[in-house]
Design a protein around this ligand. Structure first.
Ligand SMILES: [Fe+2]
Ligand SMILES: [Fe+2]
Length: 370
C-alpha cells in the first residue's frame, strides 16, 4: 500500500562554507527540514557532490582553498552538477562574488547575517522548482491536476492577507483534472509525484483532495457532489496559512496557547470561504467539520453523532489518514497500514462503517495494476 503513504526522504541540501561556526549553525537549523551535509572545503564538497548531487547547494564566498566562485565554476563544468540550484551567501557585500555568480545562473544571493525564514523560503522555492519539473514526465491528466492545483494554491496566502474571497470558480477548474484522474483510475502517479514537493500544506491538501475524491467515487458519488469533495479537500486547511511557522512546524507537543492558535485555522478557513461567491455548502461543511469527531471530542464545536453528516464523517477520516501518512519536518510518515490500524483503534470517534469502506478502498486500490 506504499503508494498511499509519503515515503519521500527529506530533500538533500549541502552547505559549503569555510566558516565552521556559521556552517554548523546553518546545518543545525536546517536539519529539521532537510537532509543537510556541511563542507568546509571545496575538495571534499566536490568529490561527494559529483557522485551524489544534492537538491540545493548553499555556497559561501569563502571556501578554502580557492573560494566559492572557483567552486561554482567547477560545478558548472561537471555534468551531474551543471544545473544544480545554488544559493550564494557572503559575509562581505558580495560585490564581486554575487554578480559573477548570477552570470553563472545563480538566482538567489544572500548577505550574512542570513534571515533564516528567507533562506528557508529560498531553498523551498528551489526544491519545488525541481519537483514541479518532474511533473512534466507524467500523464497529461495527472500533470494538469498537479499544475493547476499548485497554481491556485500559491495565490491563496495573498488572498488571505488582502482579506479577499477565494475565487471558487478557479478552485473548481483546478480540481477538474484531479476528478478526471480519479474517475479514470489514473491518480497514482499524481500521489507519487506530489511527495517531492516542499510545501507541506499543499502536499497535505492535494492528498486529502485526492483521497476524498477517490472515497466519493468508490461509494458512488458523482458529478457536482464529487467536485465538492475534491475542492473541499483542496481548501479544507487554507486557514493554516495564517498560522506562524513556529507553531505549525513545532516538533513535539503544542502548549495550551499554541494549541489554541493551531485550532484557530478552522475558523480562519471558514471566514475565507464564507465570503466566496458560489461556494457550495458541502465545501464549508468539509472545512468546518474535518476536526470534529463522532464522540464529541473534536473541535472547534465539539459536535457529535447526528450533528455530523456523511460528508463531515468522510472528511474527518480522510484528514486523519492524510495527516498520519504525511511527512512533516518534525515526524516521519506513518505507513498506511499502521495509520489504518491507529484509526480503527479510535473506537467511537470515527464512523466505523465509513472507515471500513475507506480501508477496503485503499486495499483494493493497492492491489490494482496501474
Ligand atoms: Fe485542519
Ligand atoms: Fe487537514
Amino acid at each position: 500500500m506504499k503508494e498511499f503513504g509519503n515515503t519521500a526522504h527529506k530533500p538533500p541540501v549541502a552547505v559549503v562554507d569555510g566558516d565552521s561556526t556559521h556552517r554548523d549553525a546553518l546545518a543545525g537549523a536546517l536539519a529539521a527540514f532537510y537532509d543537510v551535509v556541511g563542507y568546509g572545503d571545496s575538495i571534499q564538497a566536490l568529490e561527494d557532490m559529483a557522485s551524489q548531487p544534492p537538491d540545493v547547494v548553499i555556497l559561501d564566498e569563502w571556501v578554502p582553498p580557492d573560494g566559492g566562485l572557483k567552486l561554482l565554476q567547477t560545478f558548472r563544468g561537471i555534468d551531474t552538477l551543471a544545473a544544480i540550484p545554488v544559493i550564494c551567501t557572503s559575509a562581505e557585500t558580495g560585490v564581486e562574488f554575487f554578480p559573477s555568480a548570477r552570470g553563472m545562473g545563480v538566482s538567489i544571493t544572500l548577505n550574512k547575517p542570513i534571515k533564516f525564514s528567507q533562506l528557508l523560503s529560498s531553498i523551498s522555492a528551489q526544491v519545488n522548482r525541481a519537483a514541479e519539473k518532474e511533473w512534466d514526465k507524467i500523464e497529461p491528466v495527472q500533470q494538469s491536476a498537479l499544475k493547476k492545483t499548485i497554481t491556485i494554491f500559491n495565490t491563496i496566502p495573498d488572498l488571505i492577507d488582502a482579506g479577499k474571497p477565494l475565487p471558487y470558480g478557479e478552485v473548481k477548474d483546478s480540481c477538474e483534472p484531479l476528478v478526471a484522474a480519479v474517475t479514470s483510475n489514473q491518480y497514482k502517479d499524481l500521489l507519487r509525484n506530489v511527495r517531492g514537493h516542499d510545501n507541506y500544506s499543499y502536499v497535505h491538501s492535494l492528498r486529502v483532495a485526492t483521497f476524498l475524491s477517490l472515497f466519493g467515487n468508490t461509494i458512488g458519488i458523482e458529478g457536482g457532489d464529487l467536485m465538492v469533495l475534491s475542492t473541499g479537500g483542496l481548501v479544507h486547511d487554507i486557514g493554516k496559512m495564517s498560522i506562524p511557522c513556529g507553531v505549525l512546524n513545532k516538533p513535539g507537543k503544542l502548549e495550551g496557547s499554541e494549541w489554541d492558535v493551531m485550532k484557530s485555522h478552522v475558523n480562519v478557513t471558514i471566514h475565507c470561504l464564507e465570503d466566496s461567491p458560489d461556494i457550495p455548502k458541502g465545501v464549508i461543511t468539509i472545512a468546518s467539520q474535518h476536526h470534529e469527531k463522532l464522540d464529541g471530542s473534536g473541535y472547534p464545536k465539539g459536535l457529535s453523532g447526528t450533528d455530523l453528516n456523511d460528508l463531515a464523517r468522510m472528511a474527518t477520516i480522510v484528514d486523519i489518514f492524510g495527516a498520519l501518512t504525511d511527512r512533516r519536518c518534525y515526524k516521519d510518515p506513518v505507513p498506511p497500514e499502521k495509520a489504518l490500524a491507529i484509526m480503527l483503534d479510535m473506537k467511537d470517534a470515527l464512523d466505523r462503517e465509513l472507515l471500513m469502506l475507506f480501508r477496503e478502498m485503499l486495499l483494493d486500490a493497492a492491489t490494482d495494476a496501474d
